[in-house]
Design a protein around this ligand. Sequence first.
Ligand code: LUZ
Ligand code: MOS
Length: 755
Amino acid sequence: MSSMTNKDSNGHVRGTSLFVDDINVREGTLHALVFDSPSAHGKIIKVDYSKAAELAGVEQIFTYKDIPGENQIGGIIPDEVLFAENEVHFMGQPIALIVAKSLAIAKKAKELIKIEIEELPVVTKAREAFDKGLLISPPRKFELNDVAKGFEESDYVFEGTTFTNGQEHLYLETQGSYAFPLENGNIKVVSSTQGPTSVQMTIAKVLGLAMHRIEIEVNRLGGAFGGKEDQATPWAVMAALAAYQLQKPVKLILERNDDMRMTGKRHPYESTFKIGLNKDLKIIAFEVDYYQNSGAAADLSPAITERTLFHATNSYFVKNAKLTVYSCKTNLPPNTAFRGFGGPQGMYVIEAAIVKAAAELQVPVSKIQEVNLLQDNDVFPYGQLVQNAATKKVWQEVKSQFNWKEKQKEITDFNKENTQYKKGLSLMPITFGISFTNTPMNHARALVHIYQDGSVGISTGAVEMGQSVNTKMLQVAADTFGLNPDSIKIETTNTTRIANMSPTAASTGADLNGKALQKACNTLKTRLVNYIIAANNLKDSDSITFKDDEVYVNDRSIDLGWKQLISDAFLQRISLSEHAHYTTPEIHFDKSIEKGHPFAYHVYGTALTVVTVDCIRGTYEFDSVEIVHDFGKSMNQGIDVGQVEGALVQGIGWMTMEEISYDSKGRLASNSLSGYKVPDIFSVPKKVTVKALDTEGEAMAILKSKAVGEPPLMYGIGAYFAIQNAIKAFNPDYQLKFDAPMTPEKVLMGLYERK
Ligand code: LUZ
Ligand code: MOS
């Protein structure tokens, strides 16, 4: 079972998998294009749509005035309009929707719209916004013990600043939706969203309709990475608005450059830190102010803030901590969820602080890391006790299995012998909490039908986005029923079958939906077992098992196949359908004191990265990244290792080459793939080894197989520090910098800087 391949792989390779833009459109389908703000901050004096509206083939241009319900799409805080009214707050902010017979006509019409804007001051940097008192929401603060006292007790105290830039999601499939009217004024929307229920709720609000009149359907997404947790919504709402008002089908798919320009990204963070250590290199105190660049509206920022705080101490025990996040309001598109959800930004800062302390004290970074690794019964700054911590184990295993000691010596020797090339190494431990940090979101449902011919259809709230959650769901059902996966079908994710979904996010998709599915399958199984016992005069103590499409009693075949069983049960009028609900047990969190037990469990791992820097060109290549990762008991090695590899490379991209750049007017300069470099096959480490930690697994994880989506992204942070070590080996004058990404330009400057 654990070698089952991704069930989408055939369709993906042959091009038969359906995405939103592949759906056969209905007759009379109209095409929509967004008219967006050319200014990052200003008062709208006048918009003249008359020429555009007169163009042949233009059906209608929708503005905020055409909204029957509320012009409001903010999920956590109601601070974001669907269409700008009198002011614009970022370049690319939607102002109107042009709906026409073809996209070409809509594009022509867009050029005919005239807009007059009175420019207002533009703020693009977090600290600048903070200094002007521009905040999205009140600051959030986590405190453990007494940080002031901690600094007094420290033998050494160091301070510094850090910056991590944003990151473009670059899902292969851009944002898109297709909406069509149903009878009685109801609406159906096919959306490329991680959060079908958020889309449904927001359409209901904007159209002024009850939720049950709106059906959201998701087949699969061509990647998301958090970019479609909240920001798939506006495009679906716009298509629904037009379809509802015109009573015609409307398709809205963003072209790549519009998508890059109009949507938010990973939050850039500026931070100031202060770290205190004692003579034994134990971290006694850690204080950080994080300035999160939230963009022009809250979006998911308040939740992302929270995860920064939860992961601020990464894999280390810190006795006294004071951590504060300021969500700063700037004139950029609202920044949003991105794999790791603020966690990576938090973890980078403590790693930087440790690197800084090590340099000042002239001790190895790994020594400070090692003596501070978490162990059981330590406490996280948010009050949760450390349990079943594999932190030290993964660390030790990386060191021993991948010959850390020998590698260090080889690198020292190499650096002595070579002038043009220098190598650097780093160790990057990770500890990532699994559960939505917002406890009420940790729930899911599943619906299972066994049809009378024995075939099975399952629906869950999980959205397939390339992470293979559908394959995992198939495995759960096949495992419980002892059936060949070929007789099980995964249905689309649809709000009429599964209501009130949390988004597929926070690495929880397989756990939450899998547990609900397992529950539904088990209830059906119990029902069938009871029927078998009654029909065959068996005893309750007899053990009935389902295996290889057959029924076994006390491990012996009774010549009863699954198909026959289902057909018999159906004739006995036994229900062959089940709907189940799962909520994560044990978790809780009290925001009034910022303490609790928010995570079902943690995922652990450590990465050993080796890089070679070309000291003439400033370019670099990763020789190897070797990882010991805690999968629990992986239910599918192929899928899980694939997630680690993909996340690692995405993390390296964020730390090294992906450089988002806005000019002082708030215009995205890196607005295309020629100006924004993402990792390609040549930038992937020459060798990536992923070893699974040997463990008993975790009961709260589905089939004991731990969540894997986000945690490995943070292995990429090691890339930054490995490169910096190589620079130091070349240039003794080099001053440490914590300013990611470490682009080849910055490397070159670092190689040749002088004191
Ligand atoms: N989304 C969310 C997330 O709403 N809450 C979370 O805790 C979270 N964590 C990671 C990624 N998305
Ligand atoms: Mo996410 S960052 O949508 O899990």
